[in-house]
Write a protein that binds this ligand. Structure first.
Ligand SMILES: [Zn+2]
Length: 277
């Protein structure tokens, strides 16, 4: 049975994918339109993220999806074409994002790819990763530039380097949190074990026990995920897969650093307030 692309999948594609970085779906996916009621984008006039409403209830096709070959030679499985959609900021009603999207479909995949966009997205820096990168801040700048352009192998290499160089800092931050929240000795022992030289395969196992349970996300351990990504050999890994690994490092780091840092700040300010009582 054909599965339709969901509005959330289209929203995520339009908000996140860079030019020529395709979103790939099963060929059994049905695509009747590339449109979604609303996107959340950085408004160039309001200077903050705002909702953007779709300008057209139905996307304007330009030109309509047309066969690759002349009608007499058209392969029945092939569909492709360019389609256009635009979105306007609900607050200022001025800033408008326009997207030109190419759709290709064959027996193996359905691909949607941005082939034009105006204005381009500004690179978003995460304040926690910026601080964490320390002397590797240049690598972070390069990592997000490569990620925005869909250069997966390069983005992964830069993110991985930042993580490898600063993993001790991350472990220290987790140790602080574990100590302050009275975690059992198994958590602290696992953290100490991670600092020792041991094969990466055993470190993944250890990392899965080295995070206080309240920092898991829906049962998933972001520290274990980071060690798993570090263990991946990428010599033959395709560009798209490396891009996915780069996203994983970024997402796990953003989550862990924000949680650890904000919890510490709250602890310090709470202790200071208590001291005044
Ligand atoms: Zn606006």
């Amino acid at each position: 049975m054909l599965k339709s692309l969901t509005e959330q999948e289209i929203k995520s594609f339009l908000e996140s994918n860079s030019l020529y970085s395709p979103a790939v779906f099963s060929p059994k996916t049905q695509l009747t339109k590339i449109d979604t009621p609303q996107l959340d984008l950085l408004c160039t006039k309001c200077k903050i993220f705002r909702p953007f409403n779709s300008d057209s209830p139905k996307p304007v096709k330009y030109p309509p999806i047309t066969p690759l070959l002349s009608p007499g030679h058209r392969h029945p499985e092939l569909e492709f074409g360019l389609t256009y959609c635009s979105f306007t900021c609900v607050t200022c009603n001025e800033c408008q994002y326009k997207f030109m999207i190419n759709v290709t479909k064959n027996e193996a995949t359905l691909k949607i790819e941005k082939v034009g966009q105006y204005p381009k997205f500004k690179l978003q820096r995460n304040k926690y990763i910026e601080k964490f990168s320390g002397k590797d801040i240049d690598y972070y700048e390069k990592a997000i530039a490569c990620e925005a352009n869909g250069y997966g192998i390069a983005a992964f290499a830069y993110f991985r380097r930042i993580l490898e160089s600063n993993i001790e800092t991350l472990l220290e931050m987790i140790n602080d949190e574990a100590t302050a929240t009275g975690q059992p000795s198994t958590v602290v022992d696992a953290l100490n074990e991670l600092k020792k030289d041991s094969p990466m395969s055993s470190k993944i196992e250890i990392a899965n026990n080295a995070l206080p349970p309240h920092l898991l996300i829906n049962g998933i351990n972001p520290l274990g995920k980071l060690y798993k990504v570090l263990s991946e050999g990428v010599h033959k890994t395709p560009d798209e897969q490396c891009l996915e690994l780069a996203h994983q490092i970024k997402d796990c780091l953003q989550y862990l650093l924000a949680e650890l840092s904000d919890r510490k700040t709250n602890r310090v300010s709470y202790a200071a307030r208590l001291g005044k009582l």
